[in-house]
Design a protein around this ligand. Structure first.
Ligand code: ZN
Length: 190
């Protein structure tokens, strides 16, 4: 059975990821997608090869102390008691799970922290659970880490990378027997 994702980040976002210019929470979303998607992995590897060759020809760029502090704070972040779900294990040591709360019947939201700062969230919906209808103020990026959900735009399954533009309204319904788990980031730069 072919489980390759059918929804992918656009090429601009993959380029931003490969050149480390994407927002952290968005970069994590792309990383999560890449674990499921051989074609995007190959595209990013090509970009990194090209970028690496170009970088080798330029002088190094000094990094501001503030920027370095933020990176080090993220790297030193301690893992909390609840482990990150398997598709996000690559974040161990740089991000951790924060508070979890129930947002609807059989639907929970857990913040993902980089240092002490919440940067993204996990939404877990039990079988056939329904998220309250909502409208996004900024671009919302969803990567499905387990199972699938459906809304007015279609059905989205494990590994899919779904970007919804600001102003989009939807009401996702978890499709499955297992329940759906999603990584969610808001891309305010988009
Ligand atoms: Zn892809």
């Amino acid at each position: 059975m072919n489980l390759s994702p059918t929804h992918h980040p656009d090429e601009l976002l993959l380029y931003e990821y490969a050149t480390a210019s994407a927002d952290l929470a968005v970069a994590y979303a792309v990383s999560a997608h890449l674990q499921f998607c051989a074609s995007c992995r190959s595209f990013v590897a090509t970009l990194e090869t090209i970028g690496g060759a170009a970088f080798a020809e330029t002088d190094s760029i000094p990094v501001s102390t503030e920027c370095l502090d933020r990176v080090m704070a993220a790297l030193e972040c301690e893992e909390r008691s609840a482990p990150l779900p398997a598709p996000l294990q690559f974040l161990s040591g740089s991000a951790a799970l924060g508070n979890c709360c129930e947002v609807a019947h059989k639907v929970t939201r857990t913040s993902i922290l980089a240092g002490e700062k919440p940067i993204a969230e996990l939404i877990e919906g039990g079988p056939r659970s329904v998220l309250p209808a909502h409208t996004h103020e900024s671009q919302e990026i969803v990567v499905i880490l387990r199972d699938s959900y459906s809304d007015h735009a279609g059905r989205f399954a494990i590994g899919d990378f779904v970007a919804s533009e600001p102003g989009t309204s939807h009401q996702p319904i978890a499709d499955s027997i297992e329940g759906c788990l999603c990584y969610i980031a808001h891309n305010i730069a988009a």
